[in-house]
Design a protein around this ligand. Structure first.
Ligand code: FDA
Length: 279
């Protein structure tokens, strides 16, 4: 059972609850990105169990005709064992999902994983063009160069501000610098990639910027937001004809994800406390 404190942000503890959440969100004209909660798996059994769960989720999405895709954490499917193990497991999920027309996103975790994550993305995107996408984080100083290097890769790119604490030697740490880098990266992507750009943010200024730039450059793009965060804005954008996707995590391992949301923004803690008090 997901405790009341986390229910706003987590679509239940089973794939059945996540699929039923996806149906409801689809009914509002919003597509869904399903993430099975889990990270830093250090045994082959845990890695294979989550990979198998993603394959069966892809099957269910296809059978139910949902407008949904998957989003996977690299250390959930092998990166903490080895880079080769990650590539191999990611390939098994992408191959299975692409046969069913289900798209696979790869989340980006802490900076120690960035090189291996991007190498795997390049390799799998070359084998399964436009079936896989990669998240990059604007708080990392390296990201602009990474975006340039990925221009020729046939996969989608999601740009986010970054949720992991990183040292100032490699990352922008104050809010203004992160916002400035994010603005720059959104602008770069929307003016240099003609398809598959996803802007993962709840920030009204950044969403406005993305909409203006996409109109100007005629770029195909999607706004992505998290379950439980500005859901009214998600509906409003969808009603205005913007392509919107909601990232909805599910599963029993909710704690790390939930505390990341609370650290990000005090208002998220307030929502959680209200949920406990039933208000
Ligand atoms: P930020 O937190 O800077 O807030 C800017 C403004 O947005 C606020 O001033 C407010 O107006 C509005 N806002 C934000 N939160 C709100 C709330 N709870 N209620 C009301 N308004 C709010 N990170 C990562 O490191 N790796 C990853 O793979 C991903 N993946 C990912 C997927 C998707 C779909 C999303 C949306 C985000 C991620 N992230 C992520 C998380 C991301 O890096 C970032 O931490 C959060 O999105 C928060 O940053 P924002 O851009 O939303 O703005």
């Amino acid at each position: 059972m997901i405790p009341p404190i986390a229910r706003r942000f987590v679509a239940g503890d089973t794939s059945a609850s996540a699929l039923s959440h996806a149906r409801g969100v689809n009914d509002e004209g919003i597509s869904v990105i399903l993430n099975r909660l889990g990270e830093h798996h250090t045994t082959p059994e845990d890695v294979e169990s989550d990979a198998a769960a993603y394959r069966s989720l892809a099957d269910a999405i296809d059978r139910r005709g949902l407008d949904a895709c998957l989003s996977i954490k690299p250390t959930q499917v092998g990166l903490d064992l080895s880079a080769d193990r990650y590539v191999e497991t990611l390939r098994s999920v992408v191959e299975y999902a692409s046969d069913r027309d289900v798209f696979v996103w790869c989340d980006m975790e802490g900076s120690a994983t960035t090189d291996d994550t991007l190498d795997a993305f390049r390799e799998i995107a070359a084998e399964y063009p436009w079936s896989v996408g990669q998240c990059l984080q604007s708080n990392l100083k390296r990201t602009r160069a990474d975006l340039e290097a990925l221009l020729a890769v046939p996969g989608r790119i999601r740009i986010v501000k970054g949720a992991y604490d990183e040292p100032s030697s490699i990352a922008y740490v104050d809010r203004e610098r992160v916002d400035e880098a994010y603005r720059r990266d959104v602008e770069f992507l929307l003016s240099n990639r003609d398809r598959g750009v996803a802007v993962g943010t709840h920030d009204p200024a950044m969403i406005g910027l993305a909409r203006r730039l996409a109109d100007e450059h005629g770029t195909d793009y999607q706004i992505q937001m998290l379950m439980g965060v500005r859901e009214d804005a998600q509906r409003d954008l969808a009603e205005q004809g913007v392509d919107v996707a909601q990232y909805a995590p599910y599963g029993t391992r909710w704690a790390d994800y939930f505390w990341r949301r609370v650290r990000e923004r005090r208002a998220n803690a307030t929502f959680a406390i209200r949920a406990i008090l039933g208000r």
